[in-house]
Design a protein around this ligand. Structure first.
Ligand SMILES: [Zn+2]
Length: 335
């Protein structure tokens, strides 16, 4: 029902692409990160919860944007298409397609850990499951989100006591809002970089409860005393730039699944790393695959070879499929 073309995953019967890599006439999109949402398509279909962030990311290309609630079905040339929560970021969806009794599910990016900023992942029964594998190696196992939150708040409180500003970096869409929901606002004021604040506003408009934030003023005119004891949420791109100078003395941390690996923190030139990921870790990946009941699993976005070999050894019919990006290169494309 689906096949890989040089524009991405294509459903011939329905004549649409899922997360195409290049502009196409009709794109069905799992979520608004840059490695899944390509500019220049004539028409986009996304889950309703993700329409506002997709519109923000598409800018002038958003005129062809349509949306459909989780669980609702639309029939396109006889193909039944529906979205189901992926638990990755606001509005992230798995795409279920059914044609002549055969069911395929495309996961997009997903996680099964609890996250108050988006609808929780749901297993969807299918014959063929196309899964991401961003962290598909046994070394990737996440601490509980509450343990990570406690670490982040303890780091912030320590910095505040030292009179140093805490700068916490994470992707502007999704990760920053999840981190914000983990913060204890009794420690001090929370500031946001403008790119983070734009997305945070859309989350609030979608009804997601988040602690109050203030945007870091443009230019260098800000009064430094306003940042006393503060935590600043910013995209990873600010690391090592002059943007940080306005805070006086600061410590910079990065929150990502990549922080699980020794050396990752040093390579990024940050003072601290927190393991917070919006993807499944290795055991969660295997559990999620089991929960779909699929006998055929295609693996994409990440450690495709390792995961597909593991599945093959356990009797799954499997295949690794290429994407435009791989590993940490893909991570850069997210922004
Ligand atoms: Zn993503």
């Amino acid at each position: 029902m689906l096949r890989v073309t040089d524009h991405g995953l294509y459903c011939e019967a329905g004549d649409f692409y899922i997360d195409p890599w290049r502009p196409v006439d009709r794109a069905v999109v799992t979520h608004a990160h840059g490695d899944h949402l390509t500019w220049g398509c004539a028409a986009y279909l996304v889950a309703s919860d993700g329409a506002s962030v997709a519109r923000e990311r598409l800018g002038n290309w958003a005129t062809g944007l349509d949306h459909q609630p989780y669980g609702a079905t639309r029939v396109i040339n006889g193909v039944r298409l529906s979205f189901h929560p992926a638990g990755h970021i606001l509005g992230s969806a798995q795409v279920r397609v059914e044609h002549r009794g055969e069911v395929w599910v495309v996961s997009g990016d997903y996680k099964t850990d609890p996250d108050p900023t988006c609808a929780p992942w749901e297993p969807v029964r299918c014959h063929t499951f196309i899964t991401e594998s961003t962290f598909g190696l046994p070394i990737y196992q996440w601490p509980s989100p509450s343990a990570s939150a406690a670490q982040i708040n303890a780091w912030w409180a320590r910095n505040a006591a030292d009179g140093v500003v805490s700068v916490l970096c994470g992707y502007a869409l999704g990760k920053a809002q999840r981190l914000l929901a983990m913060l204890d606002p009794s420690i001090g004021p929370i500031f946001t970089h403008g790119a983070v604040e734009r997305m945070t506003t859309l989350y609030r408009e979608a009804g997601i409860a988040l602690p109050p934030t203030r945007t870091v003023p443009l230019g260098d005119k800000a009064d430094r005393t306003a940042f006393h004891g503060a935590l600043v949420l910013a995209p990873p791109a600010v690391t090592g730039t002059s943007w940080l100078r306005r805070f006086g003395e600061s410590r910079v941390a990065f929150a990502s699944g990549w922080m699980r690996v020794r050396g990752a923190r040093r390579r990024r030139g940050v003072d601290m790393g927190f393991v917070v990921s919006d993807h499944v870790d290795w055991p969660q990946l295997l559990d999620a695959i089991d929960a779909t009941g699929a006998s055929r699993v295609w693996v994409t976005h990440g450690f495709t070879g390792a995961v597909s070999r593991w599945l093959e050894a356990r009797g799954f019919e499997t295949r690794a499929i290429a994407t435009r990006w791989d590993g940490e290169q893909e991570e850069a494309a997210v922004e």
